[in-house]
Write a protein that binds this ligand. Structure first.
Ligand code: KG4
Ligand code: ZN
Length: 359
């Protein structure tokens, strides 16, 4: 099923066309980072307007690479995300599918991130996730391990406070490093000593063995320490004092370590055949290095998405939609609804009920 994917849940407008085996025929992305940078975060109204302006332009661009007449399915992100942005995307997708008589499927944004490790940008077909697969989804809004098995995805833990990407963004904002913070900190941290600063792990009451994350204490500690080391915001963000660079390296290393801390226990519990990571923070070099090294040591296959597919994109939405459509799940273009908040709660359901009925 040749599929058109549409993603507008946050601040990236993205379109992609995939063939029936999940090969990427074309993918386009219009980033709004520059429009939001002065505000150090995403401004919902600006985001929605940008999507509205960018979508027709991107679709024209896509049509130059892939004939739209051959599209047999439209997949669109329906939530969670910014409601204005989601409405622009779902209305655009619904209208296009309805006008052309092409089937439509709404996809959960997280479902897209969950399948992204199994996609390629080298012209190879997508891989079916071998079950059970243990996948860490780490982005600006989520930090959870999921278990994918038999077409079902189940959240295993969650963060009690900030998401990992949010902490990168907030630390960067406090230091004057701009938005988004993850890529800048990742780059600067390469020049620092990751052992220069240590941080006490959070003390979480965990009688149920949930293995939840907590990052807000780390965020505060890094911000405080940075303020002791230099005047904030930094006068020259491209060249911070070496002590601050060491702090950023230690911060990056600590986040990666804490994200991987539940891994052994979860592997023992669920015996996954592969371990994967996805979401914007899965672009982080330290996290990728540590996870790869862990997999080699443990003899377990580690699957990471190409860096370009870690952050929000339409390729993953198209593929998740195609997997849903294969199971006969379709939506009515006259009544597809967007949702700002996930209808499920990561980590809330410890009874083993599936979150997504089909992947
Ligand atoms: O998946 P994504 O594009 O959007 C959400 O669904 O949230 O993730 C964006 C997040 C941002 O917080 C950004 O700072 C973070 O991913 N990020 C990174 C890196 N690249 C993006 N965090 C750490 N290291 C990176 N290299
Ligand atoms: Zn995302």
């Amino acid at each position: 099923m040749r599929t058109l994917g549409i993603e507008t849940s946050c601040d990236e407008t993205a379109l992609a066309a995939l063939d029936g085996d999940g090969r990427v025929l074309a993918h386009l992305l219009s980033s709004q980072a520059a429009a939001h940078a002065p505000y150090l975060g995403v401004v919902p109204e600006i985001a929605a307007r940008h999507h509205l302006e960018a979508l027709p332009r991107l679709l024209d661009g896509l049509a130059r690479e892939v004939p739209l007449e051959g599209i047999e399915l439209v997949a669109v992100t329906r939530g969670p995300g910014l409601i204005g942005s989601l409405l622009v995307g779902t209305c655009f997708a619904s209208a296009w599918a309805w006008a052309r008589g092409v089937p439509l499927i709404g996809v959960d944004h997280l479902e897209g991130h969950l399948v992204s490790p199994f996609l390629s940008l080298d012209g190879a077909p997508a891989r079916e996730a071998p079950g059970p697969a243990l996948t860490l989804v780490v982005s600006g809004g989520h930090s959870s391990y999921f278990l994918l098995d038999g077409g079902e995805a189940r959240p295993l833990n969650r963060t009690r406070d900030d998401a990992a990407g949010e902490v990168f963004d907030k630390v960067a904002a406090a230091l004057g490093l701009g938005y988004p913070g993850g890529p800048v900190i990742d780059r600067l941290a390469d020049g620092g000593d990751p052992r220069a600063f240590g941080f006490a792990p959070p003390r979480i009451k965990d009688p149920a063995g949930a293995l939840d994350f907590s990052f807000s204490g780390l965020k505060t500690a890094v911000m405080r320490r940075a303020a002791e080391l230099a005047e904030l915001p930094l006068a020259d963000p491209e060249h911070p004092p070496q002590a601050v660079v060491d702090l950023l390296a230690s911060f990056r290393s600590t986040i990666a370590e804490w994200l991987l801390a539940p891994l052994e226990a979860l592997v023992d519990r669920h015996r996954p055949r592969v371990v994967a990571a996805s979401g914007g923070v899965a672009a982080n070099q330290e996290l990728r290095r540590r996870l790869t090294a862990w997999g080699e040591l443990r003899g377990i296959e580690v699957v990471l998405p190409p860096p370009a597919l870690t952050t929000d994109n339409a390729v993953m939405i198209a593929w998740a939609g195609q997997l849903r459509a294969r199971r006969g799940l379709l939506d009515d273009p006259r009544s597809l609804r967007a949702y700002p908040r996930a209808p499920w709660k990561a980590g809330a359901d410890r009874k083993g009920r599936p979150v997504f009925p089909a992947l």
